[in-house]
Design a protein around this ligand. Sequence first.
Ligand code: ATR
Length: 276
Amino acid sequence: MSAEAHRYAVFGQPIAHSLSPQIHTAFAEQLGIRLGYETIDVAPSGFADAVRRFFDDGGLGANVTLPHKEAAFALAQQHTEDASRVGAANTLTALVGGLVQAHNTDGSGFVRDITERHALDLRGHDALLLGAGGAAKAVAWALLDAGVKTLTIVNRTPERADALADAIGEPARCHTRYWDGLDGECFDLVVNATSIGVTGGSFDLPMSILQDHGTCYDLCYGTASASFKGWATAAGTHYFCDGLGMLVEQAADAFERWHGQRPDTDPVYDLLRQRF
Ligand code: ATR
């Protein structure tokens, strides 16, 4: 079968620097699967048409990144539970009859990275989540599924944090605070799901909120994780993880969905880690 018959892509804007082609190609080589994986740069106004063309032309699966995750969810005819509760999709799969299924692997990729690669058992933790955007939503549900004792969500725009906590609907375990209302609180896990590291801004949070030996996890990686790492280090974090592992794991979850085989993520992670 020709490589063209197995067509996959990642949609985004910008997308030129996406690592997804490299990751999926490496997984495929590992398992002896032939595929073509391309990047498709498209503006929001052209996204739905571009996706439709891709699937009409024989595309089998697509990853979706900023700023299209919500539009990807909206255009699909079928939605998995992981996509539905986040209201956004990073994985689109062609179904028989020309239908498209929306799925979201951000939450599962995050949990797999933190529990398996970093060997942190999430059960019983008091977690603080910074942010309430698309990535934060996926992580919030995943943290609760993984058994954290409490989840506190703060966001610059507090209404978005409240809406997320309301959607989760577990007031005994999951609640919100104001960004500047964290004095006196203490957490043993702080997860950054804001885009501060990309867009600029500072983590003006009290250092005292991080418990001794606390863990900090940044969904960003590379230079974008420098600012949160700076805060975490100053606050005395025992263990800091960036989001490179989550990137590889969320890709592996999509790959397994499409190809029915689970790749070994460690060699791909190790290779990328040499660059980031
Ligand atoms: P993503 O899908 O990557 O999560 P997003 O939906 O745009 O992207 O969310 C970005 C998150 O970073 C939001 O929680 C945003 O806060 P707002 O909801 O108030 O916009 C947060 N964020 C971005 N810049 C920020 C800044 N300078 N300070 C604090 N939070 C910031």
